[in-house]
Design a protein around this ligand. Sequence first.
Ligand code: ARG
Length: 461
Amino acid sequence: NEGSLWGARFASGPSPELAALSKSTHFDWQLAGYDIAGSRAHARALSTAGYLTESELEEMLAGLDRLAEQVDSGELTAAETDEDVHGALETALIGIVGPELGGKLRAGRSRNDQIATLVRLYLRDHATVIGQQLVHLIDALAAQADTHRAAVMPGRTHLQHAQPVLLAHHLLAHGWALSRDLERIVDWGRRADVSPYGGGALAGSTLGLDAASVAHDLGFAVPAENSLDGTASRDVVAEFAFVTAMIGIDLSRIAEEIILWNTREFGFVTLDDGYSTGSSIMPQKKNPDIAELARGKSGRLIGNLTGLMATLKALPLAYNRDLQEDKEPVFDSVETLEVLLPAFTGMIATLTFHTERMAELAPAGFSLATDVAEWLVKRRVPFRDAHEITGALVRYAEEHSLELDAVDDDALAAISPHLTPDVREVLTVEGSVASRDGIGGTAPVRVAEQFARLADRVRHL
Ligand code: ARG
């Protein structure tokens, strides 16, 4: 049972079936750099506590540097016989510094406190990457909004024409949602800023190692207050998976709109050639594949989250091997988003908006009816009556195939004496949009304020 982490107690090595099932090097190898960083910090703690001499520490750190080089260059990869990254790196370190010194590093730590710490180090780095990618996407949405400050479009509820809005208002709405995802990442980082290292297998160590200095070495604020919690909780991983799923959901909502807007029926946008695909049989096709992949991958991100939560449900304290199942889903979510976000941002940044088409449809579907009702309210007609009168007007216009502003004076008066001809003043899209000037409204003055506020929020997170 040469090279195993637990040989002595066992008469035989693991069966091939167990070894195949148990193996995790195909996904945990990407934690090798973090494992070595943990080993450096741990070696220093062992030395401070008197378990490694100054020169042993130096030799150990040099050996770990050499090990890091071997990993980075690809010279060292997991062997068939390695169960996980921790065992593989220990074997390799012993190959470099010899069994006498190499065999000292494992004192006072367990793969349980190691893995719980390493997954946080991994997620923290990727939180930074994903956060930056999100900022770029928010910037791209804001830039499109800025280019189309005056453009109007049909605002919808239930996917039906509801009230006209500014295109910029609509695009910034997605920007605000994404800014909250960014905030979630930052907020997650505060809870993830705790090091489980030092918790050992579950109960802590007898060796008097300084967990706080290990935590600081690894860039964490503090060590875990409770070794059982530190080694066995994965809510930090699940929360990260939630944030990635929420980002996926927010992207899928934008994606769905782009897919619709890009149809012949809408004709609101044209996709850049570099960010759309063709068909192998239909020469005329130009497809919104990035948006569709975003929509599809959001399902995958949700699946990773729910799978992970199902794994965690009802797990008793402390470490259970089930917890090894946390990594593949969250790694997949990270990898999925990091490929998706740049493509998505490119698609947004290069979209061409057909603002004339949007403007043409903005008043369609009697979307100015609410403006008529509120015009009546300003003339002190109770809203209940105003709603009735406007409803009758819409019905008349529909029956006569007219837009609201084409209903003549006599017909207006016949519907209600309150409907004097000057009601037509509010029957323009520009007037409608401009008059919604309360905080958060779609009026150009209000939307103009949003640019600076959104940018401010993103920079200060
Ligand atoms: N590979 C395990 C994980 O990912 C860590 C090793 C702990 N193994 C053990 N038998 N306690 O969670």
